[in-house]
Design a protein around this ligand. Sequence first.
Ligand code: IMP
Ligand code: MG
Length: 199
Amino acid sequence: MQQDIEKVLISRDEIDERLDQLAKEIYDDILADASPCPKNGTPIIPDITLVPILTGSIIFVADLIRRLPIKMQIRVMSITSYPGTSTSTKGASVEAALTRLPDNLTGHHVLIIDDILDSGNTLRLVKNILSERNPNSIRSCMLLRKQRPEALAEPCEYVAFDIPDEFVIGYGLDYDDYYRNLPEICTLKPEVYENSSSS
Ligand code: IMP
Ligand code: MG
């Protein structure tokens, strides 16, 4: 696996440091949505539902939620957009069998968590599906956002890192479902793509 890496774009330490900041930002915003308890003034945290998007967000969400010391529900959605060895989006669609959304999210503040904002198709689809369930609010949190107009045009409240418009793997992101277990965010050597059946 290591021999396929071209360069490390974001190191483990950089990810750790940024996640500390990001979790604090999210936590502070959740506290701002809280109302004080009439009896003793302590903040009453509203209902929080996290919606991680499978499979790319698994490592990010695992690291982020352990930095958020609040009661929350987690409801996963599975969206397919880069089948197999493709490195450009083929449009987003829901995988119903791996999606666990309640019909009604009234009263809940929803936080979508995903690995990367690229064409924006995935995030738009997920926001549309969630808004039909009537939550109090929908925010989104992306590990990465590519510097391309489509990604920058899609509203997103939290972004851990803005990156150049290139294909990346590691820390949950895959190429043909490989490399998700790399602890850093990296690019692949061109020959890895050249040796695959399609792009
Ligand atoms: P979008 O729908 O085009 O915004 O793409 C979002 C999804 O495409 C992500 O959740 C990833 O699964 C996948 N994706 C986009 N760019 C990359 C990349 O550079 N590496 C790996 N997966 C990517
Ligand atoms: Mg993927």
